[in-house]
Design a protein around this ligand. Structure first.
Ligand SMILES: Nc1nc2c(ncn2[C@@H]2O[C@H](COP(=O)(O)OP(=O)(O)O)[C@@H](O)[C@H]2O)c(=O)[nH]1
Ligand SMILES: [Mg+2]
Ligand SMILES: [Zn+2]
Length: 348
């Protein structure tokens, strides 16, 4: 570089931008019409929240934000959030904490599960329910197909619990099954990969990107990886698509949604609709179609248990969220009363 060249100034972005990464206090964004551009850091308000309609919400990866910068001396700043087209939400563990939006505005949720060790069907059902609720299209990806003798047979078994969902088996080292996944990657398509740590999400992302964009776990004897992805990040893939890689999230809580559960468990929902009583609890009621199917073997006991467990969890989450809303309402009322008394006192 010669002394005549002007000092490098960070790139400037304004207008609609996609959030590539959301950290405390700042966002990395790219222009919405140039997702392959180098990400630029933009500041947030002190509370870390962004205006959306009448409220303020924490921004997340995949969000579309409006970035403003009045002049070169003022740092770029996030002015507001565009409404989310889709949102992948998990319930958070704390009693008072809010559900967390893992990714916004994605078109496809890749539910990633390994074939070796054996896939955990209950986990696939849980993540599918989360995916259905997001408004995006779920797709199941079974990794490490190169390590098992009959990946197609195993994929067929998983397809039996992933009703209405495409199931792909892939083996990255051999390239097995990657072509059908590449077909999903049209220009502007946004995907998110969820699944347990070590399932091979980052390895898959790298294969679909055609280069090392994410660090992956070293191979250990037991076929499991180490935690290497530490944050959620939107990365450009081949073909103009973008994908959010996620760290293996422990204990992905369900956010109550009867429609999402019915989508995942369409078979059980269809049976339940045939029970004699509309409020049938499927225990000892006469004319219970669910119990009849269980007894005849038409409904698998594992599938039934999984459905019950997730339905119970969703109901619990709904009660907890109602309790939180009620507490917020009481706090608002207390504040309003306090302000009213203060106004009365200070009135001339
Ligand atoms: N044989 C084989 N190993 C894989 C495959 N995908 C991932 N792995 C290995 O599994 C480990 C975990 O992969 P990683 O992508 O870090 O998993 P993540 O935690 O889901 O992101 C690494 O050692 C990978 O090399 C695959 O398709 N076949
Ligand atoms: Mg990873
Ligand atoms: Zn019943």
């Amino acid at each position: 570089m010669t002394s005549a060249e002007p000092p490098a100034r960070p790139a400037r972005v304004t207008g609609p931008c996609r959030v590539v990464r959301a950290d405390r206090g700042a966002l990395l964004v790219v222009p919405a019409d140039d997702l392959g551009a180098a990400p630029v850091r933009v500041g947030l308000d002190r509370d870390g929240l962004v205006p959306l309609d009448a409220s303020r919400v924490p921004p997340t990866v995949g969000d579309l934000v409006e970035v403003e910068q009045p002049d070169d001396r003022t740092p770029a700043h996030v002015a507001r959030l565009h409404p989310r087209r889709t949102a992948l939400v998990r319930d958070s563990a704390g009693r008072t904490s809010l559900p967390q939006v893992l990714a916004a505005n994605v078109d496809v949720v890749l539910v990633v599960e390994h074939l070796d060790p054996d896939p955990d069907l209950g986990r696939v059902e849980r993540l599918l329910t989360l995916a259905w609720r997001s408004g995006a299209t779920p797709v199941v990806v079974l990794t490490k197909a190169d390590l098992v003798p009959d990946p197609a047979g195993m994929a067929a078994d998983v397809a039996g619990v992933a009703l209405g969902v495409d199931v792909h088996a892939v083996g990255v080292p051999t390239g097995y099954g990657l072509e059908p996944l590449r077909a999903l990657l049209g220009p502007g398509v946004a995907l998110v990969a969820v699944g347990p740590s070590g399932a091979g999400k980052s390895t898959l992302v790298n294969a679909l990107a055609g280069r090392e964009v994410m660090a992956t776990g070293e191979r250990r004897g037991d076929g499991r990886g180490r935690h290497t992805t530490t944050h959620r990040e939107l990365v450009p893939l081949a073909g103009g698509a973008v994908l959010v890689d996620t760290p293996g999230i422990r204990g992905v809580g369900l956010v109550a949604d009867a429609d999402a559960l019915d989508a995942t468990f369409a078979d059980v929902a269809a049976l339940a609709a045939r029970c004699r009583f509309r409020d049938c609890a499927h225990r000892a009621e006469p004319g219970c179609a669910v119990r009849e199917a269980l007894e005849s073997g038409a409904l698998d006991a594992r599938r039934y248990d999984s459905w019950r467990r997730l339905a119970k969890e969703a109901a619990w989450q709904a009660r907890r969220s109602d309790a939180r809303l009620a507490a917020e309402e009481r706090a608002r009322w207390r504040r309003a009363t306090r302000e009213y008394h203060r106004d009365v006192r200070t009135r001339p």
